[in-house]
Structure formats: structure tokens, C-alpha cells
Design a protein around this ligand. Sequence first.
Ligand code: NAD
Ligand code: 89Y
Length: 343
Amino acid sequence: MATLSGALIGCGFFAVNQMHGWRDIVGASIVAICDRDPERLKIVGDQFGIAKRYTDAAEMFASEKLDFVDIATTVVSHRPLVELATANRVPAICQKPFAPTLADAKAMVEACIEAGVPLMVHENFRWQSPIQAVRAVLDSGEIGTPFFGRISFRSAYDVFSGQPYLATGKRFIIEDLGIHVLDIARFLLGDVSTITTRTARINPAIAGEDVATMLMDHDSGATSVVDCSYATKLATEPFPETLIEIDGDAGTVRLAQGYRLTVTGKSGTAVSDVSPPLLPWASRPWHNIQESVVAIQKHWVECLAKGTEPATSGADNLKTFALVEAAYAGAASRQPVQIDALL
Ligand code: NAD
Ligand code: 89Y
């Protein structure tokens, strides 16, 4: 397989994981990087030995012959950068949250479809190996047909020191973290018809909500609760583990803190350790997320090679993003929100 030439835009806090990921992947390599901040450009360029460096993305597209671009900037720049990639006919990966609004996200998907340019949202949480292990249990039929799920992320980890912008936005936990947990709910239980949401802000030092509880009806008939908090102090800090409970008509699956998977089903009860591997460049507790970065980037390279649609394509991610918009609307109105009406 020929090696794909990629470029990365946005050399900030999280992009370093993506750069490590690209270094681990056969079949793709990063040939150029871009950041409007020369200091970040130098840090990442020097760390990963990338000579071609740009402070302007348009200039990079004009100068480089690229097979794909990996957009790792924060949300406000996602639409202009995806549109720039599309105008240059370069397949694009875009970090989450996909866009500031669902209308922007739809326009981005439309632009890529019209230009015939592949687009994947870097929605990596469903690629975490413990989450994939839960999905494999469901696929095995061991617990039968799911009728209930709880997908839970509760922590008091200080995410603000690494990502200070998270403390200042009017929206916080649903847009930043809940988006992943909602996507996991879709991944495990299927698409959603209705969502009911309650939010709270417990930490007085931040602008947005840091607690969200969402009740969802899935098209399959299952009901789920997605609950997220960055205001939950626990004896052992679980960051960044997503805990999962799914009840099926033939059994149950539980992903508990410490990556302990318990399956009770047609063949009895089995307990296993589904801890993610600690990659050589990774560091605890982020290793779970870091491994999923490699997995989703590998998936992208495979999809480009085969000409198939990525699991978290732009079009797919509209359904996750609609849940985010619906959650905020429903938290404000205190009414259930129908998802189909938004799509
Ligand atoms: P950051 O602020 O540390 O880095 C963003 C970088 O992009 C900055 O260096 C900035 O100068 C650069 N930039 C912004 N606009 C640009 C433009 N138009 N052209 C060139 N460079 C530009 O942010 P971060 O914490 O690394 O987050 C980046 C994105 O990654 C966010 O959307 C965040 O939600 C997401 N993120 C995802 C995960 C995950 O697990 N998927 C985890 C953390 C962060
Ligand atoms: O930005 C968030 C994400 O995507 O994963 C965890 C995080 O870094 C903080 O909530």
C-alpha cells in the first residue's frame, strides 16, 4: 500500500496524541503541519521532525500535494478549515465538536458530499478498546436484545489546566465530553428518537454546565440514561473511564471502574479485565483515550484505501451532534426534544 501524505492543522494540546498516532501507523505519514501560533508550530515540528511548517492553512494547501488533512483545532475554525480542504479536494478528518452549530455541521457535510471529498469526525471514544469489548458482547448475542442502558462519565479531574478554553465557554460538558458519551450510546444501542435533559453548574469558577443527565428513547425500543459530571469527587478518580450498564432480555453487561467487564448471559457469568494497553508514548490516565486515537486514525487510513465510509463520517456524526443541540434545547425548555425534527 502506498503511503498517504497527510498534513495536520492545529498543533495544540491534543494534537500531540494525533502526531504520535500517525507515527505508529503504517500507510500514512504527516508531511506538513500548520498552526497560526509559531511557538506551537516549532514545538510540534521539532518533536516530530516535520520540516514543512505553515502558519496559514490556505498557503499549505496551495504548496503541498496532500492525500488528507487532519484538523485538530478548536471548534470555531472547523467549518472554514473543512471548507478549505473541500475546495482543494483534500479528504479531511475534523476533531470534535464537529461545529459550533448543527446548521454549520450540515453545511460542512453537504460541501464534502457535493465535492466528493471524504470527511470523518475524530469521534474517538467509541474506538476505546473497553467500549469495543462491550460492543462485541452485544454482537455475540450473549445478553439477548438490549432494553436498557446507562452510559456514565463522572469525575472531578482537572481538565481546565490542559484545556483552559473549557472553563470559559457558555457550553461545557455536553459539547465537550457528553458528545462522546452520547456517541457511545448511539454506537451501542442505535439511533435516538427523543432526549430529555437536565443540567447544572456546580463549579462556580467556570461559565458552562458541568453536570448533565439525559434520558433517551432509541429507535430499537431501548431506553438509556447518559450521565456526565466534572463535579463528582470519588475515592478513586476514574478519569477518563466511561462506565456502562446494559440490560438485555437474556442477560447483562457491566463495564465497571478499573476496566472490569462482567457479562451475565446465556453461558453464565464471566469477569474479565479489558484495560487498554499503555502505548510506549502514552501516559496514565490518558492512555485509554490515546489508544483510541491510534484506532480511529488506522480506521481512516483503511477507509481511504478501500474507498469506504468511516464509521464516524460527517454524515454519521450529524446524528450525534443533533443530540448535543437537542440536549441544550431540552435543558433550557425542560421539555423532551424529538431528534428527527432536527436532522
Ligand atoms: P488547543 O487550543 O490546545 O490547540 C488548538 C491549536 O489550533 C492552537 O495551537 C491554535 O493556535 C491552533 N489553531 C486554531 N485555529 C487555527 C487556524 N485557523 N489555523 C491554524 N491553527 C489554528 O486545543 P486542544 O485542547 O488541542 O483541542 C483541539 C480540539 O481537540 C478541540 O476541538 C477539542 O475539543 C478536541 N479534543 C478532543 C479530544 C478527544 O479525545 N477527541 C480530547 C481533547 C481535545
Ligand atoms: O476535550 C475532552 C475530550 O474530548 O475528552 C476528554 C477531554 O479532554 C476533557 O473533557
